[in-house]
Design a protein around this ligand. Structure first.
Ligand SMILES: [Zn+2]
Length: 108
C-alpha cells in the first residue's frame, strides 16, 4: 500500500471539504441577505397597503392590525434584535439570523 498516496488523497479531500464548507457559508449568507431584502420590501408593501386602507375606508381594519403585528416584529429585527423564540429581544451580534427570518415568514 502506498501510504504517501493515501495521505495525499486525504489532504486533497480535506482541502475540498474546506472549499465546500466555505461555499456553503457564502450561500447561507446570500440566503440571509435575500430574505432580509424580501422582508424589507414586505414592510414597505405593508406600509403602503395600510396607508391605502386607512385612506379608502375602515373596513379592512382586521388585516391592517395583522400587518402591523408583522411590521413591528420585522422592524425590531431590522433594528438589530432577535425576534425568534430562541433569542427573542436580544441583540443580533452575528448579523442575519435564519431563525428570526423563518419565524417572520411563518407570520405572513
Ligand atoms: Zn434570531
Amino acid at each position: 500500500m502506498d501510504k504517501q498516496a493515501v495521505f495525499a488523497q486525504v489532504a486533497h479531500l480535506e482541502e475540498r471539504i474546506g472549499e465546500l464548507y466555505g461555499e456553503l457559508g457564502s450561500l447561507k449568507k446570500k440566503i440571509i441577505e435575500l430574505l432580509e431584502e424580501n422582508s424589507k420590501l414586505q414592510i414597505e408593501n405593508e406600509n403602503l397597503r395600510n396607508r391605502m386602507n386607512r385612506k379608502s375606508s375602515k373596513q379592512g381594519e382586521g388585516s391592517v392590525q395583522m400587518g402591523e403585528g408583522f411590521d413591528a416584529l420585522a422592524r425590531l429585527y431590522h433594528e438589530g434584535f432577535h425576534v425568534c423564540n430562541a433569542q427573542y429581544g436580544s441583540l443580533r451580534t452575528q448579523g442575519g439570523c435564519m431563525f428570526c427570518l423563518s419565524f417572520l415568514y411563518k407570520e405572513v
